[in-house]
Design a protein around this ligand. Sequence first.
Ligand code: ATP
Ligand code: MG
Length: 794
Amino acid sequence: AARPDADLLEGLNGPQREAVTYRGQALLIVAGAGSGKTSVLTRRIASLLRTREAYPSQILAITFTNKAAGEMRERVHQLIGQKADGMWISTFHSACVRILRREAEQFGFTKSFTIYDSGDSRALIKRLVKEHEGDSFGLTPAGTQSRISKLKNELADAESYARSANMSDPAERVFVEIFSSYQRELQRANAFDFDDLIAQTVYLFRAFPQVADVYRKRFRHILVDEYQDTNHAQYALIHELTRPVGSDAEPFSSGGMMIFDAEPAGEDAASLTVVGDSDQSIYAFRGADIRNISEFERDYPGAKVVLLEQNYRSTQNILSAANAVIANNFDRKDKKLWTDVGAGDPIIGFTGYSQHDEAQFVADEIEALHKKGVDYSGVAVFYRTNSQSRALEEIFIRSAVPYKIMGGTKFYERAEIKDALAYLVAVANPADSMALRRILNRPRRGIGDVTETAIARYAAEHDITFRDALANSAQLGVGPKLQKAIDQLDAVLTEATAVMLPASGELAPSTSVTEGLTLLLNKSSYFDALRASKDPQDEARLENLDELIAVTREFARNNPEGTIIDFLTEVTLVADADDLDDASGSVSLMTLHTAKGLEYDAVFLTGVEEDLLPHRISANEPGGPQEERRLFYVGITRARKRLHVSLAMTRAQFGEVTVAMPSRFLQEIPADLIDWRQSPGDVNGRGGSQSRALNARGRRPGQPGGGNRYGDDLVPLPKRAPADPSKFPNRIPAKVRDNGDMVLAAGDRIRHDDFGEGRVDAVTGEGAKRVAHVRFDTVGPKKLLVKIAPIAKL
Ligand code: ATP
Ligand code: MG
């Protein structure tokens, strides 16, 4: 008889089939990009359900983004032809929030805890660094935040860190003090930061084995996508969940590293499937640990390992480029991806003389593809850092290319949105004084620092929440006007509480969040203040708040039983690749980190320059350049049919024009795979473009660009003729001239490729910005950027 899941195996290759049907305890699928890892995971879930080996509620699948979770759920639904409610397909963070909301009361939190995003936690850490005078010990808020985050990802708390640290060093002592006060403040505010969500769930399971058992019994099949990017805390969480039911052995902690007794997974343990690609590990900076993959077989003895090598996503040209690039990382097992779809189009290369020139190339090329029938939604543009999107956006708007920014919208980081959410949090979690303090004087109602401090002191003295202190403010003896303002705020919050959190037993209608938010913004006069403002930006802020209200409506539609707490959870967990609206009909712009796991017909990899990709900060990190190479590899392997790599020779950042060098990674792609429309050599060889750069540099800031098409700092080159491949024979990006070390002094004679011989009058500036003032025999005085000018000393 045919297997009930036979149709689910159709079209799969041998190893893929094996991965779907294997039924042992532990399965590791390691494979390169686009080889079907995520597809196999999805089919495996479908197969378990179809064969009735598992109920939906016994499945826990972990994806990298909420969006990926939604797609996987949808796909399983399509495959088995029915809704599989009760399945948990979610990110690590969302899964942990669900667990913590259920169990929070076990360890001193309430269900309505707040989740601090990294901005919130930064604000708190900033205050603590100041209070502890951390700056006199060289502690910055950013550095402290990242250290605390790293430690939490290693499951180290302030106490265990203190045991391993050199506590005779005063800076270490202050750091430990800040770390522990930070944790105390979070607890007092009934709040978790992002890292806590995972770490606290692990602690919960360890401290309450009977609670862990509930989840061990429930989740019989655990599947994790993108396993290469799990950190230690996530690893430990999975480990806890896959212990045999009833195992309460306490692992012991030493200096932050957890050591497990290597017990074999008993009969009762859940089955675990993880898929990953160590070449795509790009989150080491957030504590991801490739060892979680390489040591899987040790941690799960008897684990089955399946390798996938056939790629179903990209053309051979794209794969060959990816293979060649990643081969430069020395500490990896060699694996080669192949495909049977054929060579496909060559990779197209382009070098702009500025980032706007580069952006114009991208826009022109997208338009050309669109005319050929490629849908905008099949096109993605990647960059290394968020700030690079601005130039692209400007040109896209002018060229009427529809686009949307994934992840980088930062909608939820806008001040007005944070204010609105703080109002909601102040209602949902009265213990969260940060939220309430944020809105105390927004809009301005005359409640200043002095009053804020007085309320805080009153709360501390009477051991009550800030919210309760606010309600008792009559005790503070403030003036009548101020008292009225405080009373009004208190009344608004009380009224909104009645709407969104009715007395226990009653269920708030699903529209209560919309109603409550509207009420808060109206009655607090937040809306009025914006409407009365003459600042044009406040107009945009009103629109954003309307958008947020629309989000609450959408939420109510999708979650008829949803409460304000569910809404806040959802909003806080919106991950990088998740977005408010769907991508239909527009080009997607995103950072390379966000691109993981996705695929597009046409991909533009922009800003492929030294100091951007590899990023300058990676130079000092151990393994940094390797991780950057993996990031580049992730970018290349997103492309199905067409890949474009581009760069700019000059880049304006933070108001300064800097000279850019082609990325070393470009040289790692075999020359015959790239068709350079304009190679770095084409741009760099022209003395002209450099003197243009210099003219621009000489201009006073703020002076208009003068006839400049792009609002650029540079005068544009004439519009390019349509690309003629025969005119631009394939070539490796000419190794860009780097005269950085050339010693020049007034009086020296030089030769320039275009201008001939001349005499140096003076040299100004330093380093990469050194400028030679040269009087040429034929063309007269010119200023040259020494680093890149095609010059030689005579
Ligand atoms: P990444 O490493 O980028 O996450 P992946 O290994 O998860 O990639 P998938 O996204 O699952 O790969 O698959 C890549 C593409 O190949 C998808 O479009 C998928 O539908 C397709 N694919 C996978 N397996 C097969 C197959 N056996 N036949 C045809 N297409 C397949
Ligand atoms: Mg995948």
